[in-house]
Structures are given as C-alpha cells and as structure tokens.
Design a binder for this molecule. Structure first.
Ligand SMILES: Nc1ncnc2c1ncn2[C@@H]1O[C@H](COP(=O)(O)OP(=O)(O)OP(=O)(O)O)[C@@H](O)[C@H]1O
Length: 558
C-alpha cells in the first residue's frame, strides 16, 4: 500500500493536469470529455492503479468498469492487468453493459416473477423473446434495471461490492443504460468516473441518449475535466481529424500550431472495380507485412455489409496466404475460454512446436482436481490423450483437411476434461446451453477455415487474434487502435443516412490510425452471389469525406 502523494503514473507516463486530477480524484464524480487518442481509456487504467495501490479502493471492495463492446472491455481489463499486475487486477471487473446486466439477472433470477420470470436454463436470442424460456439481448439491461428498482438487496450488494465505477465511451449510453447507472449509484457514496467523446457518438440509431455526458455531469454533480492531447495519431492524421472536428464540434478544434509535423500518411485510392480494389489493397497489405508490420496492427474497416464489401479482398488475401479475421462472422470467439481450449488442442496435436498452446492447455489440468493428487492424475490422463491423438493425426489415413476427422478427437478432449471442469471455465457456461453453443461455434469456425485451404495450421492462424489482419465494422473498432487503417468504400452507397451519424462513424474510423490511413472508393462493386437486399453496383465517391483528406493527401491513383 502506498500513500496517495507517493503514487506515480505507471510506465512513467506524463499526464496532463486534468488527466492527473481525474486519475487521483478521491471525493468527487468526474466526467472526462476528450477527442480520439486523448488517453481516456488509459486514464481509467491509471486510475484503477491509483485506487488499488493506495487502498482508496480498500480490500475487499472492487472497481466496476462498464464498456459498450466486448473488445473495449477486454482492452481495459488487459491494460489494468499489465499496469497493476494480476493481484490488483483481480479486484477490477471490466464488463460490457450486457454482460453486467446478465450477471445481475443470473444472481437475482429467482426473484423475477410474473411475465419476467425465467427458468434456470433460460436462453438469450438476438431477436425473439419467448415467455418463460428465452429473452433477447435488448431485454438484458431493462430486466436488470427492474431488479435494481424493485430489489433493495440487489442495490445494496452492488453498492457494497463496488467503491468505484468507471464508464467508458459513455457518449453512447442509451436511456436504459443511463437509467441503470442512476438506479444503481445515483446519490450513493460510490464514486463514478465517466469518459467519452461526443464526436464519437455512433449509437444514436440504437437509442444513445443525446447529451448524456452533460446530463451525467448535472445528475451526479460530476466535475468536468476535458483533455486536449492526442497521443495516438501522427500529425498529418491529426490535422485531418481536426478538420472534421471543425465541422462537428468547432469549439473543440485544436490550434494549427499544435499540429505541425510531416509524420503520418494519408492516401486516397480510387479503383475502377472492387476486383481491382482487392488486388490493390492486398498488394499494399503484403508490402506492409514484408516491411515487418505486425498483421494485428493492420485493420480494414467497413461501415456496412462488411462481409460482402470485403469479400473480394478476403479472397485475394487467402490466395496470397495472408491470414485475416473477419470479425463480423466470428464474433469474439477468441474471448471464449472453451473455444481457445479447442483451438489450442488442435494446435498442440497438429504441430510439435507450440509451447505456448501446450502450456495454456495444461494449465486447465491444474484446475481440474480438488486435491493436488487429483490434479496430477488428471494431468497424466490429459498427457496420455495428447500422445494418442498426436499419433492418430500423424497416420497417413488421417484426413486432416476434414472436420469429420477432427470432431471426434475434439469430443474426446472435452470428455476427458469432463463437463464440470469445462463449465468452470466461465460463469456463463454454468447454466443454459452456452457451453454447447460455443463448442459448436468453435467447430463451425474451424470447419469454415479448413475449407479455405485444407490446412489445420492455416485455419488456426486465421482464427488466431494475433496473427491476422483484422476486418471490422466501424462499430466494432471503437476504442481500438492500429498502425495502419484502411477504410474500404468511402462511397455514398455506404456512408448514407443521417449525416451526423455518418460523419461520426467516419471520424471513429479514421481516428483509429496511428501512422497511416488509406481511404478507398470504386466505381463498380459487383453484386455478391449471396442474397442481399440492397446493393448498388455503380458507386459514387463520398466526396465530402474524401475532401477532408485532401490537404494532407500524398497520392491518388487510378
Ligand atoms: N499520457 C499519455 N502519454 C503517452 N501516451 C499515452 C498517454 N495516454 C494514452 N497514451 C497512449 O495513447 C493511445 C491512445 O490512448 P487511449 O486508447 O487511452 O485513448 P482514448 O481517448 O480512449 O481514445 P479513443 O476515444 O479514440 O478510443 C494509447 O496507445 C495509449 O497507450
């Protein structure tokens, strides 16, 4: 434990005055409004370190952080683990709104009655609610809110557990989510820190509450502490962001003299067709990879219909053996412990040189036995299984390119581990069909990748988070950052609808780039073979957005 006066930012980071005030605030709620790359998420990670290390969040109390996307929640949790170490990080709970609401529902489900009653094995479906059986994702927060409003034990437990609450990307909170925060913490001693950026408000279509940062400041008498720096992007990129800020929020514009410098690169690439675009962009990505850029530092962002718009590029990358992850299709599978377990198992048996995968796999054995002796027995059983399966996989008759050959081996692993051990991997696996669903999804994802080139190693490479170029929708890239960002299809047919929503999304997309931004547009996008409701083959450049790149643009190719 250290004195608050002796605390220093982890990693010897220099914090601007308002950031330092927010990080070390002990007795007030604060709201930090700041542009992209200002260090809002970092500020929360540093604040967690401050609160835990100084004991201002005293043991056994905890910090609750709520984000909007699984990636963002994971990003924050990882930062705290790296900054403060696993022991302190164990008292830091980083959830999405949905995940936190679900926890509350699971804890207090037996108290739900009437039309809200749910069985222990209730399911969550994207769209359909069935009384007494299944709820939708959209039901989670309202149901959790109902629990808080009607159950004083639930409210009390929450306030007892958490001394501090962080709200990340809070500009996108909906009325329900804001209501939830109020019902849980308004007027209590729990101290809240909200961070956000009104210019990155991209969930208006999903009901984001207009002006929520301001409303929060008033309702929670939170001290506003704006930040002005941008630590992420090179000057050329910052100048483009600044031109957008001049349109979106003139008061937040930075003075020109703060944005001088030649670093960074913005390129607009015009192609006749999506086929040409696929080749041109794949050439570029290949060049970057050859120059040593890590695949995970390259992101391809698409506003809508990501799988379809990026389809030709994905095919071209596959032809060149460049791993890419289309995160539209494989939603957060890597974050699922049982999926990670299955992928590690395949890695270990298909390839002898996978020490990390082997260590991760064997770690499960340590959790399996109630006693040390039981764990050892379990360990040797798992090792025997690995030996047998390895031998089987090396037989010439083994069809390594077919999921039918792999599925029984994976089932043997799951049987060997036993259901209670698997269920213990995540609280979400302990009821309902989630565990089986994720196992099926992992097998399905592996099969899909196997079909690409028949190589288990290639399939796993594409499934892995670290070794693949990422293809994301703009909604999924919130809160993330990459060396190189390609925004595919800056066209009116993709950036249409409410102009303020379109510009905010474009702003989020371009502000993910640290050093290089590439914007593409084509004249012709061939209608995909898959059925699609709305598709214009002839495309028009989104001139207003592309012109924002103009002054710092290096080249334009045809
Ligand atoms: N005080 C600081 N000094 C140096 N680097 C910093 C500082 N604060 C943050 N960074 C770095 O700047 C980058 C952007 O920080 P962060 O992701 O926290 O910004 P943000 O405000 O949450 O961005 P956005 O809203 O665009 O997602 C990160 O790489 C982070 O490590």
């Amino acid at each position: 434990m250290i004195n608050p006066e002796d605390w220093r930012p982890v990693g010897e980071l220099r914090l601007e005055q308002n950031a330092l005030t927010a990080v070390t605030m002990t007795d007030r709620n604060v709201v930090v409004a700041a542009g992209p790359g200002a260090g809002k998420t970092e500020l929360l990670a540093q604040r967690a370190d401050f609160l835990l290390r100084t004991g201002i969040c005293p043991y056994p109390r905890r910090i609750l952080a709520i984000s909007f996307k699984i990636d963002a929640a994971r990003n924050l949790r990882d930062r705290v683990r790296v900054r403060s170490g696993p022991q302190f990080a164990a008292r830091f709970d980083s959830f999405t709104f949905h995940a936190f609401a679900k926890r509350l529902i699971d804890n207090y489900r037996p108290t739900l009655t009437g039309p809200d009653a749910l069985p222990p094995d209730y399911r969550i479906d994207p769209a359909i609610r069935i009384a007494d059986e299944q709820i939708t994702f959209d039901d989670l927060v309202p149901l959790a809110l109902k629990i808080l409003e009607t159950n004083q034990h639930a409210r009390g437990a929450l306030r007892q557990t958490y001394s501090h609450v962080f709200l990340d990307e809070f500009q996108d909170a909906t009325r329900n989510q804001y209501g939830f925060v109020c019902a849980a913490f308004k007027g209590t001693p729990v101290i809240l820190t909200a961070v956000g950026d009104v210019k990155q408000r991209i969930m208006a279509w999903a009901g984001a509450l207009n002006g929520v940062l301001k409303i929060f400041a008033e309702d929670f008498t939170a001290e506003p502490l704006p930040l002005y720096q941008n630590f992420r992007s090179a000057p050329r990129l910052r100048r483009m962001q600044n031109r957008m800020i001049a349109v979106m929020d003139p008061q937040a514009v930075s003075p020109d003299e703060e944005l001088v410098g030649d670093e960074g690169l913005i390129t607009v690439r015009h192609f006749d067709s999506d086929a040409d675009e696929a080749i041109g962009v794949a050439d570029l990505i290949e060049k970057w990879l050859q120059a040593g850029v890590a695949p995970a530092e390259i992101a391809v962002l698409v506003r809508q219909q990501a799988s379809l718009v990026a389809g030709p590029l994905v095919e071209e990358l596959h032809n060149r053996d460049i791993a890419c992850r289309n995160e539209q299709e494989r939603q957060d599978l890597n974050a699922e412990p049982v999926a990670a377990l299955i992928f590690n198992f395949i890695r270990v048996v298909a390839d002898d040189r996978q020490p990390q995968a082997y260590t991760d796999l064997m770690r499960i054995a340590g959790r399996a036995g109630a006693s040390e002796e039981a764990a050892l027995r379990f360990d040797s059983r798992l090792k025997r299984l690995l030996r047998e399966v390895r031998a089987e996989v090396r037989r010439p008759s083994f069809g390594e390119d077919a999921i039918d050959a792999w599925a029984p081996l994976i089932r043997r692993l799951l049987d060997c581990l036993s259901r209670p051990v698997l269920a213990a991997l995540s609280p979400a696996y302990q009821q309902g069909s989630r565990l089986d669903d994720i196992v099926d999804e992992a097998l399905g994802a592996f099969e899909k990748e196997l079909l690409v080139d028949g190589s288990p190693a290639g399939a796993l490479k594409r499934l892995s988070e670290l070794d693949a170029v990422r293809i994301l929708t703009i909604h999924k890239c919130k809160g993330l950052e990459f060396e190189k960002v390609i925004v595919l299809g800056v066209e009116e047919q993709l950036f249409w609808g409410d102009p303020s929503a379109a510009i905010s999304e474009f702003f989020v997309a371009i502000s993910r780039a640290k050093n290089e931004l590439v914007l593409t547009h084509v004249d012709y996008r061939a209608r995909p073979a898959a059925p699609v409701q709305r598709w214009d083959a002839q495309r028009t450049a989104q001139r207003t957005f592309l012109d924002l790149a103009d002054q710092d643009r290096r080249e334009r190719t045809r």
